[in-house]
Design a protein. Structure first.
Lengths: 696, 336
């Protein structure tokens, strides 16, 4: 156990995967989840596997761990230490799992057992594979591990239960357990997807460190190109169960050859650059893994597919003139010869000009004006009486103004009160403090049922997850008809309107008799948007409208939202944690922290010249799909997590994590602790709530 | 990993209901009205091969041999209860004084009772009676429980609190006693209807509590919230969005409710508190048989056996249904 840091020979192959195929049984037929993947994993290297949902990336990792369900048929070889893992029994695999090959799962909330202390769980990870360890050794090693993953007060923390830890801290514990036995291979399956960006930056740091310390090879599975750009050495891009491009990280990002890789890169907006052009969605929806097409699985979505693409499936072949880059594409030679990039392959459309173009913001009509609104939740104690023991300020003194035809984004970590703000507006009731005016009408006033109904018509809501926002057992027709029936349309009008709506969001009107689960995620979100548009609203509140969608589909939905706004002049108030999406779609942004708006203003003003230390940290934590930029970039990594909202904070809410605060003189710090900063206009269109914003 | 594995199973996870076929047919009609000329299906990408939900459930149900066996047995029992009386010249209420307490023979298939009643005819009629009571009361209590349980959960706040008080109160009411009083005051032939009534008004309480709990999670779903935001009326939300999504719970509870109702009905009748002469149910025959268990064991054994077979078959169907509807069960088949 001593001598942790090993000398790492990066040429030694630890894991060799050959012709791995995995099939599953399903009601619809055999699902070809993985169809032939080959790779060598070198010691001390990080291999990124990128792909959209259903591309087979997770299944590959589960196959390596030997954790697939019984109804999976696995073929090929996975060579580890000279042995084929696929031939091993479950009992034999158990000896390897956790000791030589370790796994980090996506959701840290469910990866730890709630009824045992952290110490017990680390002990279990250690003792299972080293039964001879004495208690003292276990204790010492556990502390060492927790310190390595950056958990302060490691000794006391061993006694804590998982629920005492936040999501980010739990993921650290999971990583500590994964590296406990100094494994040769660590598989991380979307380890940061469930976390906020600021926490994600911390965890990526820890992962890099853990990988270095153990000298293990790391397989990093993700759908997020930004994350993989900053961490991986080599990348495999998977599509429909097959690797379609395999290369060094720089080649993938700067010289992609496979049209799918190009499409993936082109579909992601950049958070560090102003919106330059329209996004380009990859047409169509992900390939069905049950009835695979005859030729290249990507052919039906590929803009440059030819007959041969539809006839035979291309093999993953070395590219002439490039080192270590392998591509499965019939037209790779032409693409390289003509130096085709994403622009030529997909063709970028022009966006429609907005109907409000040329009209100054001040001259547009005010759609929503929410002034100083507050929303609190009471906290009840346990026991028989459930006494009221405190208040949580979910939304605290928030002011938002939206004018016609503009998009305002609310950004912040989870728990910052973004969604609560939306719901507060949507409830059409008087807020606890302050006032909400919609279209110049105060919602606190006595509204008759009829008037309230009229307001409902003008304000609509789009939910995050189209899986749950559409009733699974109603056909699309009924889903779209619901808001129309409420406003008393007759059947003919409804039919006409539904046909219009389907057209408007780019779906075929003859699909209205289908059920939501017959559509892909992107199509479902289109239906949800169509439902919101049904009654011609003037303001739509969107709660993370694209976060549940794959990147290639996300671009299509973002374009749709953009077009609808430009054509119909509807205003959006939207909540997102993905700052790239915000930068692309929004015209103004408000950054929230613990229920307060800490900074707001015009989008490029805030993104290019952030003044509040929190905004700076948030922006620096966002991964950018550009490996070179990532390498040269200095991140501000925030300490710790969002403080508990039940804590009563007198001064600035950000004090506990603020990097600027640490550099201040004691008197200045005193001011931060005791006086709550108010929003001040720092520029023509830029407000900041920080005492020392000018210093930073 | 679950992303694609079992697409169909996932769709079940979000959607637990039995049949939409009727709805669907209606909707198809509407589409025709719209006379949309774009009927051409797009090239492959949007065309989805889909197994209908009903077909899916049936297939999964049929994959379980025990469930099929249960279904066949129940079917046979129902047919027998309906038409079994044509196989014998004797009626359940007529007494054959020429054969008092004879063991099963060619004349009286299941023998006769002390008083000369034909056990075969009695069992056939009793089974029919017990099944009728069980099915009617089980379905009625499910309907009441669904409306009440879902309703109080949807309205939350005071309505939910008050609704729960009522449920808790009903739980402590000595239902057996009240049913006995109800049935006693009724006449002989209408007694079974009163029994149905009694079993129903006390039978829905437990299920309503369960449904309220399940609804508490469904009412937080976005589609319910979406309907609220659109200004849809509460009753419409309950009927259109909430109850249909409880489909599987309702179906399983109705089926399993049959078993429990049969057993409470027989228990009551056995104690002399349920069905009364001249009407016959499985419970009353059992009651008659217990006094002559040593001398004429067939009077007890045969109805008891029928009762066991009935309960067993329904139990098998219930298990099969649960597995067929539950997306996480193991009826997935094998990979090729």
């Amino acid at each position: 156990m001593d001598g942790f840091r090993k000398t790492v020979d990066t040429n030694e192959t630890v894991l060799k995967v050959r012709d791995l195929t995995v099939n599953f049984a399903s009601e619809a037929g055999t699902v070809h989840a993985v169809r032939g993947i080959n790779f060598d994993l070198k010691k001390g290297k990080i291999l990124g596997i990128v792909g959209e949902s259903g591309s087979g990336k997770s299944v590959t990792s589960m196959a390596i761990m030997g954790l697939l369900d019984k109804n999976a048929a696995v073929e090929g070889t996975i060579e580890f230490d000279g042995e084929n893992l696929l031939e091993k029994s479950d009992a034999q695999m158990s000896k390897l799992r956790g000791k030589r090959i370790a796994m980090i799962f996506q959701d840290p909330l469910s990866a730890l057992t709630p009824v045992y202390t952290i110490g017990d769980q680390i002990r279990e990870a250690l003792v299972t594979h080293n039964p001879d360890m004495t208690n003292e050794q276990v204790h010492k090693r556990s502390i060492e591990l927790l310190e390595m993953v950056g958990i302060p007060n490691a000794e006391q923390r061993l006694q804590s239960f998982p629920h005492h830890f936040s999501g980010g801290m739990r993921q650290r514990v999971v990583i500590a357990m994964a590296i406990a036995n100094d494994p040769d291979v660590i598989i991380a399956d979307e380890p940061t997807t469930a976390l906020d960006v600021t926490i994600q930056a911390q965890i990526l740091d820890v992962l890099r460190k853990a990988q270095k310390e153990t000298g293990a090879a790391l397989i990093f599975i993700t759908h997020d190109l930004g994350v993989v750009a900053s961490i991986a050495d080599d990348i495999i891009v998977m599509y429909a169960g097959r690797p379609v491009e395999q290369a060094h990280v720089d080649d993938i990002f700067y010289r992609p050859v496979m049209p799918y890789t190009m499409g993936l890169l082109g579909a992601v907006p950049r958070p560090d650059q102003a919106k330059s052009s329209r996004l380009v969605p990859i047409p169509g929806s992900p390939t069905n893994l049950v009835n695979l097409p005859k030729g290249c699985s990507f052919a039906e979505r590929c803009p440059i597919a030819t007959d041969i693409c539809r006839e035979t499936e291309p093999d993953l072949l070395d590219l002439a003139g490039r080192t270590d880059q392998r591509v499965a594409c019939h037209r790779s030679d032409e693409i390289i010869a003509q130096n085709l990039t994403f622009r030529e392959v997909y063709g970028v459309e022009e966006s429609v000009p907005s109907i409000f173009e040329g009209i100054a913001r001040e001259d547009r009509q005010m759609v929503l004006s929410a002034e100083n609104i507050t929303k609190t939740f009471t906290v009840n104690g346990g026991g028989f009486f459930r006494r009221n023991i405190g208040k949580v300020y979910a939304v605290n003194d928030v002011t938002i103004h939206i004018r016609e035809g503009e998009t305002i984004a609310l950004v912040g970590e989870s728990g910052s009160g973004k969604s609560t703000t939306l719901l507060q507006i949507m409830n059409l009731q008087a807020p606890e403090t302050g006032k909400i005016e919609l279209f110049g009408e105060d919602v606190a006033g006595k509204l008759s049922r009829k008037e309230r109904q009229l307001l409902h018509e003008k304000v609509q809501y789009v939910f995050q997850d189209p899986m749950s926002s559409l009733d699974p057992r109603l056909p699309i027709y009924d889903i779209l008809a619901e808001p129309l029936k409420v406003i008393g349309m007759n059947r003919e009008q409804i039919n006409k309107r539904i046909a219009e709506l389907m057209e408007l969001v780019g779906l075929k009107p003859d699909q209205v008799d289908r059920f939501p689960n017959q559509f892909s995620g992107g199509q479902r979100q289109r239906i949800a948007i169509a439902r919101a548009l049904a009654v011609n609203p003037r303001l739509i509140l969107l709660d993370e409208p694209v976060s549940a969608l794959d990147v290639s589909i996300q671009a299509g939905v973002l374009n749709l939202l953009e077009d609808l706004q430009n054509n119909l002049g509807v205003a959006y108030l939207f909540v997102a944690h993905n700052l790239s999406v915000v930068r692309h779609l929004a015209s103004r942004v408000a950054v929230m922290y613990l229920g307060h708006i800490v900074e707001s203003g015009e989008i490029s003003e805030v993104f290019d010249n952030p003044m509040h230390p929190y905004t700076k940290a948030l922006l620096s934590a966002v991964p950018v799909p550009d490996p070179q930029y990532e390498r040269g970039r200095e991140r501000i990594i925030l300490d710790g997590d969002l403080p508990s909202p039940t804590e009563e904070i007198k001064g600035c809410a950000f004090v506990s994590r603020c990097p600027l605060y640490k550099q201040l003189s004691p008197e200045q710090q005193k001011k931060c602790e005791t006086v709550r900063p108010v929003s001040e206009k720092r520029n023509t269109d830029h407000t900041v709530a920080c005492h020392w914003a000018t210093m930073a | 990993m679950a992303e694609t594995l079992n697409e169909n199973e996932l769709e079940l996870a979000t959607d637990k209901t039995l049949s939409d076929d009727e709805n669907r047919a209606q909707r198809l009609g509407n589409v025709d009205d719209m006379s949309v000329d774009d009927t051409s299906k797009s090239a492959g990408s949007t065309e989805i091969h889909r197994t209908g939900r009903m077909t899916l459930y049936i297939r999964r149900f049929m994959r379980r041999p025990s469930a099929v066996v249960g279904l066949v047995i129940l079917g046979l029992l129902i047919l027998w209860a309906m038409f079994g009386r044509f196989l014998t010249p004797y009626d359940y209420s007529n007494l054959d004084f020429a054969a008092l307490g004879v063991p099963p023979n060619a004349e009286h298939y299941f023998g006769t009772t002390d008083g000369g009643g034909d056990v075969y005819a009695m069992v056939v009629h009793g089974l029919g009676r017990s099944l009728t009571i069980a099915f009617i009361s089980s379905i009625l209590s499910t309907i009441i429980a669904a409306i009440y349980g879902v309703g109080i959960a949807y309205f939350e706040g005071f309505v939910e609190k008050a609704g729960m008080w009522l449920l808790d109160m009903l739980l402590v009411v000595p239902s057996t006693l009240l049913i006995a009083i109800l049935v006693r005051s009724a006449g002989g032939t209408s007694g079974w209807a009163w029994l149905v009534f009694g079993l129903t008004i006390f039978g829905w309480v437990g299920l309503a509590r369960v449904l309220r709990t399940v609804t508490m999670s469904i009412r937080e779903r976005d589609y319910v919230r979406a309907a609220k935001f659109m200004g849809v009326k509460p009753l419409t939300v309950i009927v259109r969005h909430l109850i249909p999504n409880l489909g599987s719970v309702l179906v399983i509870n109705t089926v399993l409710g049959v078993v429990s109702t049969v057993s409470s009905e027989t228990t009551l009748s056995f104690l002399g508190l349920g069905i009364k002469a001249p009407d016959v149910s499985l419970g009353t025959i059992l009651n008659e048989g217990q006094s002559v268990i040593v001398t004429q064991p067939w009077v007890l054994a045969i109805p008891a056996l029928v009762l066991i077979i009935l309960a067993f078959s329904v139990q098998l169907i219930g298990d099969g249904l649960r597995d067929a509807i539950d997306p996480y069960s193991r009826s997935g088949g094998k990979a090729a």
